[in-house]
Ligand binder design. Structure first.
Ligand SMILES: *Cc1c(COP(=O)(O)O)cnc(C)c1O
Length: 435
């Protein structure tokens, strides 16, 4: 069925009528669907070199060193360290910034559980703060959660959305806290004209399969200060100083683990980095088209965007006035043939919401003494309950999310717009049980 604005067919697919969205994209993943000749050539060249370890050869011959150089330039920072995951980027970033056992680190209530896990991995205590209508860290609640133990904040640019960095940086300066940006879902995003990952003291990126560009698995730490970078690099390799030989300029030496990236993954990452701009350009134009068409619909309130030009555009989110309505709208949109989801359900264990972080809520660690929560030398007073961030659960409960991919055609987007128009109109005429 074809529609235009004058002859909008109000009948819904959820009631058994024809779906109105056509032309679905073949993939919703961003990086993986771009894998092509460039990636195959880069990985093949790395294989043919028969040397997949980044050290022991000139920097020009190491895709890992090349990736670091290009990624630092693209992010506008002096230093970049490639690592093997986003989680290890967060861990190395925290070590880089000097976060230590028993320190409190403020993280948002809505982020992938790895953000909390990284804080625990350095034996620090995650303190969970509310998000606001941008679905990123609420600066007012951050201020509320600061204690004399707080040393750092991790703003997470969730779903490509830049956090309220001006407010967060102002608080961090005034209260003498370090800022580690979690850019895992916002590779290539910006705030105030500056690349994400260059605004705080350090940034952590993921190159995992589901992110904007991918290395299969991988990550990167960005830092402005040499000392932060050196501490992160020291922690990422048990023998960093040894491999660096004459190039070692650091003052500190301490325990490292192994979070190194392989040259095979780096070759892939470097080829994907060359495509980041094109992916983001298309995502932003898709989001612009969609948001312009739906933002004034009755009963629809768009997610607040702290920086429109810097938003990566990986999803469009809008709020309706209750959870039952959000669930019905998402279901009706899916029936029309598009992707859409409500964002919080007590019964669906979504690892992006603190409510479902079981081992954090229950303070379970591998350590039989219960570190870092049970530390006789630094008693911890942080408590977790599932109702501790009601505003976060309320925002997520009322939200409907539409994932976007660069593969969407204009025809598909127009179909989504029609679907959102008629489904939200029908929703505004229905009575929903509360909640
Ligand atoms: C994916 C993700 C991570 C972890 O990255 P991995 O590469 O999977 O370790 C951390 N934080 C956020 C917000 C993420 O989305």
């Amino acid at each position: 069925m074809a529609h235009d604005n004058t002859t909008l067919d109000h009948r819904l697919a959820i009631d058994g009528n024809e779906p109105c969205v056509t032309d679905p994209p073949s993939s919703y993943l961003h990086g993986p669907q771009e894998i092509g000749d460039e990636e195959v050539a880069a990985v093949t060249a790395a294989l043919r070199s028969q040397h997949l370890f980044r050290f022991g050869k000139p920097e020009e011959a190491s895709p890992t060193a090349q990736f670091e150089k290009h990624f630092a330039a693209a992010t506008g920072v002096s230093h970049c360290l490639a690592v093997n995951s986003g989680t290890s980027a967060l861990i190395c970033g925290l070590v880089g910034l000097g976060v230590s056992s028993g320190d409190e680190v403020i993280i948002p209530a809505y982020t992938y559980i790895a953000t909390a896990a990284a804080v625990l991995a350095v034996r620090a205590i995650p303190v969970i703060a509310e998000i606001d209508d941008s679905l990123t860290l609420d600066p007012r609640d951050v201020e509320e959660k600061i204690t004399e133990r707080t040393v750092a904040i991790i703003p997470v640019h969730m779903r490509g959305m830049p956090c309220r960095m001006a407010e967060l940086i102002e608080i961090a300066r005034r209260r003498d806290l370090r800022v580690l940006e979690d850019c895992a879902q916002a590779n290539g995003g910006a705030y105030g004209g500056r690349p994400l990952g260059s605004i705080g003291d350090a940034g952590a990126f993921s190159l995992q399969h589901f992110k904007i560009i991918t290395a299969g698995e991988g990550g990167a730490v960005t830092a402005q200060e040499r000392r932060t970078f050196e501490r992160a690099a020291t922690h990422h390799d048990a023998a960093y100083r040894f491999w660096m030989k004459g190039h070692w300029t650091g003052e500190e030496s301490f325990l490292g683990e192994n979070y190194r990236m392989s040259d095979l993954n780096a070759a892939l990452a470097l080829a994907q980095l060359g495509k980041r701009h094109r992916i983001l350009d298309r995502l932003r134009s898709i989001k612009h088209r969609l948001v312009l068409a739906i933002r004034n619909l009755p009963g629809v309130r768009m997610q607040d965007v702290p920086d429109v030009a810097g938003d990566c555009g990986t999803s469009a989110v809008f709020f309706v006035d209750g959870p039952a309505k959000a669930k019905w709208v998402a279901e009706a949109l899916r029936a029309e043939g598009m992707r859409a989801g409500s964002m919080f359900d007590e019964g669906i264990p979504d690892r992006h919401i603190y409510y479902h972080w079981d081992y954090v809520m229950l303070k379970q660690t591998a350590d039989r003494h219960g570190y870092p929560w049970r530390d006789p030398s630094r008693p911890c007073h942080v408590e977790y309950t599932r109702d501790m961030c009601p505003r976060t659960l309320s925002f997520l409960g009322r939200a409907v999310s539409v994932p976007l991919t660069q593969a969407m055609t204009d025809r598909h987007i127009d179909g989504c717009i029609t679907a959102i128009e008629k489904v939200t109109r029908a929703a505004s005429e229905r009575v929903f049980d509360s909640p």
